[in-house]
Design a protein around this ligand. Structure first.
Ligand code: SAH
Ligand code: SF4
Ligand code: F3S
Length: 425
């Protein structure tokens, strides 16, 4: 059969869609790039915020009409929503035929020959060994090194939909990286909800980086996500010493107020977070730092919110992903009686975004005059005479050039910058 996958959410889902693709292809099915041709329509979904779920439900409502003209079309729900609300969606007859959870992808080829059903049991031994992920056309590779999360931050649904933390064996990681290199992917990101707690036999995360740094043919190595509570001095020094490891860290702060961090069950104070940043900048002065921030967590006072704004001014992140708190049923924070009214959450989010835009512009403009390495990924969105790619420190850069440079590393001088793009020559 012909299948089409739509992927939502984080890079973990991108990586999982590549696994699913490999499983379906091995079972004799063919991927198509047009939804019109598909017999199997797969949605790999995200539950992290209400909005993410609403989008997918809207997409499914839009596509189910296809079944009128093509009764054999099957709609399959994968990923975190499958895990969280898949069974009830199946019962509601909203067009979904099968629901397959995050640890059950190997059963996909079998389930599509059965009556409509859901398979969402967790399997904490499943780390998807011995598969050959099919890379999804991007020039950057994602390699999952661990699955699940044990942290239970009080706002977060991920531990409930992804199950307990488990690390993938080193030989599997090596095999997946080699496959990415063979596919000429020059920028590879190691994935896990909390990569710092990677542990396989006596291999810790810093030691893993040290070993991977020696792989021939590897150009750039990154990793997400790091948790500030586990972000060790050891790791900082190894980042500094490994030449393939890029000068960028994504270190979600969530809030700049220690009281709110405590309520979030994050396991660190603002002072600890700041100490990590200072240590990092001391070891790698040119490091770029990005973060995630939440506005309007239950009980957040105006003064506590302002602590986050002053932390943003103090640290000056290169970029921040800012989110409005979204209550997720089943998490501890969703039960709090101190929910912040929607209009205040929105207003705080906007102030956060406005401040970060100023800081990002300043950070990007500080690059003017420097020479940077750009990994050319594609034509720029605006013009075919311009190419676009990323610098080692994870900034989008555009430079003039031609098609033959796509997939190559080029050196270029930054001549101008906006709050999001380096303009290079
Ligand atoms: N494991 C990663 C990614 C978690 S999800 C980590 O720990 O950082 C990505 C981001 O979504 C989080 O960092 C957080 O900022 C945001 N997020 C998670 N749950 C949320 C919620 N209920 N409301 C708003 N933002 C949320
Ligand atoms: Fe969610 Fe916290 Fe786990 Fe990240 S570390 S996935 S925010 S529970
Ligand atoms: Fe979303 Fe699941 Fe990732 S909830 S953020 S797709 S782990």
């Amino acid at each position: 059969m012909k299948y089409y996958i739509e992927t939502y959410g984080c890079q973990m889902n991108v990586s999982d869609s590549e696994l699913v693709s490999s499983i379906l292809r091995t079972a004799g099915h063919t991927e198509v790039n047009s939804i019109d041709e598909a017999d199997l329509l797969l949605f790999n979904t995200c539950s992290v915020r209400e909005h993410a779920e609403q989008r997918v439900l809207g997409r499914i409502a839009n596509e189910r009409h296809r079944k009128k003209h093509k009764p054999e079309l099957k709609i399959i729900l994968l990923g975190c929503m499958a895990q969280r609300i898949g069974q009830s969606l199946l019962n509601e007859n909203c067009g979904i035929d099968y629901v397959v959870g995050v640890d059950q992808y190997r059963a996909l080829p079998a389930i599509i020959n059965q009556e409509p059903s859901a398979l969402i049991d967790f399997d904490f031994d499943e780390v998807y060994e011995e598969l050959m992920p099919i890379h999804s056309g991007s020039r950057c590779g994602f390699v999952t090194i661990m699955r699940g999360c044990n942290n239970f931050c009080s706002y977060c649904i991920v531990p409930y939909v992804r199950g307990r933390e488990r690390s993938r064996p080193y030989p599997e990681i090596l095999k997946d990286i080699q496959l990415a290199i063979d596919n000429d992917l020059k920028d590879i990101t190691l994935l896990g909800q909390n990569v710092n707690s990677y542990q396989w036999q006596d291999l810790s995360f810093p030691k893993l980086l040290l070993k991977l740094n020696d792989i021939k043919g590897l150009h750039r190595l990154r990793f997400v996500t790091s948790h500030p509570k586990d972000f060790s001095d050891d790791l900082i020094l190894i980042m500094r010493d490994c030449d393939k490891v890029c000068e960028h860290i994504h270190l979600p702060m969530q809030s700049g107020d220690s009281g709110i961090l405590d309520m979030m069950n994050r396991g660190y104070s603002y002072e600890h977070y700041l100490s990590r940043i200072l240590k990092l900048r001391d070891a790698i002065p040119e490091v770029s730092i990005t973060t995630d921030l939440i506005a309007g967590f239950p009980g957040e006072t105006e003064a506590q919110f302002e602590s986050t704004l002053s932390a943003m001014r103090e640290i000056e992140f290169d970029y921040a992903f800012c989110f409005k708190y979204s209550p997720r049923s089943g998490t501890a924070a969703a039960d709090s009686k101190d929910q912040i009214p929607e209009e205040i959450r929105l207003e705080r989010l906007q102030r956060m975004i406005d401040l970060q835009r100023e800081i990002t512009l300043k950070k990007f403009r500080a690059q003017i005059g420097k020479t940077v390495e750009i990994y050319i990924e594609d034509f720029s969105k605006k013009s075919m005479a311009q190419l676009s790619g990323k610098t080692r420190d994870f900034k989008i850069a555009v430079v003039s050039g031609n098609e033959s440079q796509i997939g190559k590393m080029v050196m270029a001088k930054v001549v101008d910058a906006t709050a999001g793009t380096l303009i290079c020559e």
